[in-house]
Design a protein around this ligand. Structure first.
Ligand code: ZN
Ligand code: ZN
Length: 426
């Protein structure tokens, strides 16, 4: 018995289990902390302002993987323990603000957007340090503040009388991927439909590779947030409705781009459940959606291919994947600096291709790879992607990140999703 115990302790130390567990409990309390920020600026400048700090009841993320090793996102924050002067948590993310900065409007008018980040609730005083990528793709500090978790002004109010349903449950949120769906544009009498819609979306997600490989570690929650009116805003049709999180089509003047800047209300509702990623499900049959890395994904429920759009948007929101299409009505300006490697896992400028999927390209495939039938269903380097026709390359002729005709994610996107799920479920 004694020998077994010693062996068991050696195993725990060797696996890093003991260190990481005690590390979490040493630095963090129950629940999570939410920092609300305003990101303001134009196409060339940005300023970050602190709005609020909140204590939320759950933490749905990993207790093991606290330091972000994935190097994804346009921004990254660090939680630095003040006494230890050491990072105890970090995470990359992207913003609607940074996307807006590449639109023509940002050349002529400064604007501000809400942004929120969450992390496990620290026990002691810490430095909240935010970094933004510069034109060379290198992170640079852009905002720093000290936060005392014991400050009595930290807000604690919660959304009240909101029903939360477990749609899929596979156990402990800290070791599972928890997807929380927020109801948007469903009136109180339509919330049963919302639950059915979430169930349909979750079922179709679990049929898609690689999500089907993780069936036993995905939890799905439905937060039944009622709206006064049904549907969503459609400015092109002069349709304006009062809904739970104020979503709208025609974001950045793109008709099918469905988004909302009301991330504060989204987070208030999401806090009703433990979660890794938020999906806003919109009660509409119009085609559209959006997804921003570690921000949230949003999609309509009732278009004929809503399930496919949902999986595509989750590729953006959960795994930081880029669009692989390049002929569209989306006209962002200077979205990529072609002289540096983009951070998105499924795009390359070939500047540092060895950091991407080079080792997966068969030796006899030309780089760039011509768009020919014989390379269909093969990994290659195909020109065009990320809304850019020239100088940006994608891994496959077709992929869920390229078109709705694709049956699956390409192997490079699949691998990026696997990596994210493993990081969140350890
Ligand atoms: Zn997309
Ligand atoms: Zn792909």
């Amino acid at each position: 018995m004694k020998i077994f115990l010693i062996n068991f302790i050696i195993f725990l130390i060797a696996s890093g289990c003991l260190n990481a567990q005690s590390g979490f409990d040493l630095h963090f309390n129950k629940g999570s902390m939410r920092v609300d920020l305003a990101f303001a600026g134009n196409s060339t400048t940005q300023s970050i302002y602190l709005l609020n700090v909140k204590h939320e009841p759950y933490w749905g993320g990993s207790r093991m993987n606290l330091i972000d090793q994935m190097n994804l996102g346009d921004y990254r924050f660090h939680i630095i323990d003040k006494n230890l002067q050491d990072t105890i948590y970090s995470r990359g993310f992207s913003t609607l603000f940074d996307e807006w900065r590449t639109t023509p409007e940002a050349l002529s008018v400064p604007k501000a957007f809400h942004q929120t980040v969450t992390f496990p609730y620290p026990k002691d005083c810490f430095i909240f340090s935010l970094e933004a990528r510069n034109q060379q793709g290198v992170f640079e500090p852009c905002f720093t503040t000290e936060i005392n978790p014991k400050n009595k002004n930290i807000k604690k109010e919660q959304a009240s009388n909101i029903e939360v349903q477990r749609i899929l449950h596979n156990g402990n949120p800290e070791q599972n991927l928890d997807l929380v769906f927020i109801a948007e544009g469903y009136t109180a009498s339509q919330l049963k439909k919302f639950e059915q819609d979430v169930h349909r979306m979750a079922t179709s997600l679990l049929e898609q590779t690689p999500f089907n490989e993780f069936k036993e570690c995905i939890n799905v929650w439905a937060v039944c947030s009622p709206s006064d009116e049904e549907g969503t805003d459609i400015p092109g049709k002069k349709k304006w409705v009062n809904t739970a999180v104020n979503s709208s089509f025609n974001t950045f003047n793109i008709d099918r781009y469905l988004e909302t800047e009301d991330v504060i209300n989204i987070r208030n509702y999401a806090a009703c459940a433990p979660y890794d990623h938020i999906i806003v499900l919109v009660n509409s049959n119009k085609y559209g959606g959006g997804g921003i890395y570690n921000h949230f994904s949003i999609v309509t429920a009732d278009h004929a291919i809503s399930e496919k759009v949902f999986v595509h948007e989750l590729g953006h929101g959960l795994a930081g994947l880029a669009d692989e299409y390049y002929t569209s009505d989306v006209a962002y300006e200077n979205f990529f600096n072609l002289s540096v490697e983009p951070w998105q896992p499924n795009l390359t400028t070939l500047v540092e291709f060895e950091k991407k999927w080079k080792n997966q390209v068969p030796a006899n495939h030309p780089i760039p790879t011509p768009n020919q039938l014989k390379y269909q269903d093969q990994i290659g380097v195909f020109e065009g992607g990320g809304h850019v026709k020239k100088g940006i390359y994608r891994p496959a002729i077709n992929c869920r990140m390229k078109s709705n005709e694709a049956d699956d994610f390409c192997p490079v996107c699949q691998e990026a999703i696997r990596k994210t799920i493993l990081f969140l479920t350890d």
